[in-house]
Design a protein around this ligand. Structure first.
Ligand code: GLC
Length: 673
C-alpha cells in the first residue's frame, strides 16, 4: 500500500495526529503504551507472511550490488517483498505528511527556543484552546511520568555479572530496547535516549535522531521477525518535524534542517499526544545538528534496502524532504573546499571539542548521504540538475578527503618536512600547515603499518586526532579506498590498547589535557581528559566498528571487541560511556541503560552472526570516482601536469608555466615523472 493509499483512510497529518484519540485503557489504567508493547508485538510480526517477508529480505540481500557503475546499485526492487509488505494494510496506517512549507508557515508554531510543538489547525485551535499553553503539557503516558516502572527489578537479574552468556545478554538487550520505545498515538516512533531512573532526565527522555539509527538497524535486522514499522514511522515523523518553521532568537533556520531530537508530550487539556522538537534551540551551545539530516537519508536507504518498500522513498513528500536536506549542503557560497563548514558540536560530539571547521565525521556522513540520495532520488526534470550536482560533489569530496585527510607514516613524514609560505597552485603544502604544529603524540602513535583520516583539515590547521565515527563511516560509504580501509584496520590492530583498551571504543584519541583542554573545550567540566567526548569510550560505537571490520574482510577484529564488551556491558548496566585511558571506569556522568549502547551491541551481534546484514548500511565502491594519487602535491602531480601538457600545452600558456615549475621541482627533488 502506498502512502497515498493511506491518505484516503486517514485525514492529513497535522489534524490527524492531534485528533487521534488516546487509548481508553491507557487513560483509565494509567498503563503506558510502552509497557503494553513488551507483550504485544506489532501486528506486522503476527501475520502469516512473516516467513515470506524474511525469505524475501534474505533473497534481496543475496543480490549484493554488482554493478558499481550504476548509482542506484543495491537498491533493486524486491517485488516479492513489496507484495509481502502489502500485508501492511492491516498493520500500520501511516498518515500522509503535510510537507507543504507554506502550510507550515501558517500552522507551525514558532518557538523562541528553536523548538516547537506539533499543533493543530487554526480551526481546531479555536475549538479547543491553544496548545501553546505549555502548562497543560505533561510527559506523554507513552513515555511515562516516571521511568522507574520501565526498569523492573527482575530484568536486573542478568546484570549481576554472573551471566555473561551472549544469548542471555541479547535477550536482555532486546527486552530493554523494547522498553525504550516511544509511542505517538499508539504507534512506535522512536526510542528514548536512556531509561535511567537514577539520573536526572535532562534531554535523555527524548528521541534523538542519531541515537535511533542503531535501534532502527537492529529492528531491520531482527531475526526472525524484522520490525520495519517503527523505522518507517520514525522517518515520517521526523520528516514532518522538518516541515516546521524553525526559529531561534528571531533567526529562521534553513528549511531542510532536521531535529536533533523530539519528545512526545501529552496534552492533558486536549487529551492527546503532541510533539516537541529541538533543532538546536535547546541544545547546549545552541548548535543545529548537521548530522541528523544525513543520518535520515542514510536510514531511508537502509529501510528501502531491507524491505524493498520503494513506496516510501518515492513518495513526493519524502523526495522533497531529501532535496531540502541536500539544498542545505550543496548551496553555493564562498567555499574553496568541497567539504562542509561546520560549527563546533554539530554532531555526535555535541559540545565544544575543537571540531569546528571541516570535521571528518560530518564530511564522511555528507559523502554517505550524497551517495544514498543518488540512489533514491527519482529522475525527473526537477531532480536531474540536483543529481548532477551530487555527482560533481561526490567526485570533489572524495578527492579532497582521500588526499588531504589521509595520514600514514609516509604522509606524516612528508608533512614533517613541509616547507611553508608556498604560493600558487603548485604548492605542496597547500594549507600552509606549519610542521611545528604537529603534536608530539602523533609521531609515536603512527605505526609503520596503518593509517587513518585525521579529524579536520583547514587553513594552517590539521587536527591529527583520531575520530572513530568518521573513519568507520568513510569505510562503509566507500569514501575510503580499499587500501585505506585496510590501513585503518591495521591501525586499529596496531593501536588496540589505545583505541579499544579494556572497553570498546574510544570516540576520539588522544584526550585534550591541561592548557589545550582549557583553550579548546573552554574548560568543559564534562569533557575532562579521557572522559565523555574527550577520549571517553562509547559502547555504541561497536556497531560501526563491526560493520567496518566486516566490510574490510576483518571480522575477527570486531569479534575480539565484542567479546571484550560482553564481559562488562550488561553487568555495568549498559552505560553511555566509560572513562579512563583504557576505558576501565563507568563514565563520571554516564547514564545507565543508554539505549544506543544496547542497540549498538545488538547490531554488532546481528551483523557478525549474519554478515549479509552489512548491505543495509554499506555502499560498494563507485569505480567512477578517481583514486587518490598520493605524491607530494596530490592534485597537481607531475604525472597530471604531464598529461595536461600533452593535451593542452600547445595553446595554453599557463599550463606551460606550470610545466616548467613542475619540471624544476622534479629535478630538484629527484622525483620521477
Ligand atoms: C549526548 C551525546 C549525543 C547523543 C545524546 C543522547 O549528548 O553527545 O551524541 O545524541 O547524548 O544520547
Amino acid at each position: 500500500m502506498s502512502l497515498s493509499d493511506c491518505s484516503e483512510k486517514v485525514p492529513s497529518s497535522v489534524s490527524d495526529e492531534l485528533q487521534f484519540p488516546m487509548d481508553d485503557y491507557q487513560a483509565i489504567n494509567g498503563a503506558s503504551t510502552a509497557e503494553k508493547s513488551v507483550s504485544s508485538k506489532p501486528s506486522v510480526q503476527q501475520n502469516d507472511t512473516t516467513d515470506e517477508i524474511w525469505r524475501s529480505i534474505n533473497n534481496n540481500r543475496d543480490c549484493l550490488p554488482k554493478n558499481c557503475d550504476d548509482p542506484r546499485e543495491g537498491l533493486e526492487r524486491a517485488a516479492s517483498l513489496k507484495c509481502a509488505l502489502g500485508a501492511e494494510e492491516e498493520v500500520v496506517v501511516v498518515p500522509t505528511i503535510e510537507h507543504d512549507s507554506s502550510k507550515h508557515l501558517q500552522s507551525a508554531p514558532e518557538s523562541p527556543d528553536g523548538g516547537g510543538q506539533d499543533v493543530e489547525s487554526d480551526k481546531e485551535k479555536a475549538g479547543r484552546g491553544s496548545l501553546e499553553n505549555k502548562t497543560s503539557l505533561k510527559p506523554s503516558p507513552s513515555v511515562g511520568t516516571s521511568l522507574v516502572h520501565l526498569v523492573p527489578e527482575a530484568s536486573n537479574a542478568k546484570s549481576n555479572g554472573l551471566e555473561t552468556g551472549s544469548s542471555s545478554m541479547m535477550d536482555e538487550a532486546w527486552d530493554r530496547l523494547r522498553r525504550s520505545f516511544v509511542y505517538f498515538q499508539k504507534k512506535p516512533v522512536g526510542t528514548l535516549a536512556a531509561v535511567d531512573p537514577s539520573a536526572e532526565d535532562l534531554n535523555y527522555n527524548q528521541v534523538f535522531v542519531r541515537d535511533f539509527v542503531p535501534t532502527a538497524l537492529a529492528c531491520l535486522m531482527e531475526i526472525p521477525d524484522p520490525e520495519p514499522e517503527i523505522v518507517k514511522n520514525f522517518l515520517l515523523k521526523t520528516l514532518h518535524l522538518q516541515g516546521w518553521k524553525k526559529t531561534i532568537d528571531n533567526f529562521t533556520l534553513g528549511e531542510g534542517v532536521m531535529p536533533a531530537s523530539f519528545k512526545v508530550m501529552y496534552d492533558s487539556f486536549q487529551e492527546k499526544d503532541v510533539l516537541k522538537a529541538d533543532f538546536g534551540g535547546s541544545a547546549i551551545g545552541r548548535v543545529a545538528p548537521v548530522d541528523s539530516g544525513f543520518w535520515w537519508i542514510i536510514l531511508l536507504r537502509s529501510y528501502t534496502k531491507c524491505t524493498g518498500d520503494y513506496t516510501l522513498s518515492e513518495e513526493p513528500e519524502v523526495q522533497k524532504g531529501m532535496k531540502l536536506i541536500l539544498d542545505l549542503c550543496l548551496s553555493d557560497g564562498f567555499d574553496t573546499f568541497p567539504t562542509l563548514l561546520c560549527a563546533d558540536g554539530c554532531s555526535m560530539i555535541d559540545r565544544r571539542m575543537g571540531i569546528y571547521g571541516y570535521p571528518i565525521e560530518i564530511q564522511a556522513l555528507f559523502f554517505f548521504a550524497l551517495r544514498c540520495a543518488q540512489q533514491m532520488l527519482k529522475e525527473d526534470t526537477d531532480s536531474n540538475k540536483l543529481i548532477e550536482r551530487i555527482e560533481r560533489r561526490i567526485t570533489a569530496l572524495s578527492y579532497h578527503i582521500r588526499n588531504y585527510y589521509w595520514l600514514d607514516f609516509t604522509q606524516l613524514n612528508n608533512i614533517y618536512r613541509y616547507k611553508t609560505e608556498e604560493y600558487s597552485h603548485t604548492a605542496v603544502n597547500k594549507f600552509n600547515v606549519i610542521p611545528e604544529s604537529i603534536p608530539d603524540w602523533v609521531f609515536d602513535f603512527m605505526p609503520l603499518r596503518g593509517g587513518y583520516f585525521i579529524g579536520n583539515v583547514s587553513p594552517a590547521r590539521m587536527d591529527f586526532r583520531w575520530f572513530l565515527v568518521g573513519n568507520c563511516i568513510a569505510i562503509l560509504s566507500s569514501l575510503a579506498t580499499m587500501s585505506q580501509t585496510t590501513a585503518i584496520m591495521d591501525l586499529v590492530e596496531e593501536r588496540w590498547e589505545d583505541l579499544i583498551g579494556e572497553m570498546p571504543l574510544k570516540i576520539a584519541y588522544p584526550a585534550l589535557e591541561g592548557y589545550e583542554w582549557n583553550i579548546v573545550t573552554g574548560c568543559d567540566p564534562k569533557n575532562t581528559r579521557w572522559s565523555y567526548h574527550n577520549g571517553g569510550s562509547w559502547p555504541v560505537l561497536l556497531w560501526l566498528l563491526t560493520a567496518a571490520c566486516i566490510k574490510a574482510g576483518r571480522p575477527q577484529i570486531a569479534k575480539r571487541a565484542i567479546e571484550l564488551m560482553e564481559q562488562r556491558l550488561s553487568k555495568d548496566g549498559w552505560p553511555e560511556y566509560y572513562d579512563g585511558k583504557k576505558g576501565r571506569y563507568v563514565g563520571k556522568q554516564a547514564r545507565k541503560h543508554q539505549t544506543w549502547s544496547i542497540s549498538g551491541y545488538l547490531v554488532a551481534k546481528l551483523m557478525i552472526e549474519n554478515p549479509s546484514n552489512l548491505a543495509m548500511i554499506s555502499l560498494e565502491e563507485d569505480k567512477k570516482i578517481e583514486k587518490p594519487r598520493l605524491t607530494r602535491s596530490a592534485s597537481w602531480t607531475c604525472s597530471r601536469l604531464w598529461r595536461l601538457f600533452d593535451e593542452k600545452s600547445d595553446n595554453n600558456p599557463s599550463i606551460r608555466h606550470d610545466w616548467r615549475l613542475c619540471r624544476f621541482w622534479c629535478v630538484r627533488e629527484k622525483t620521477e615523472m
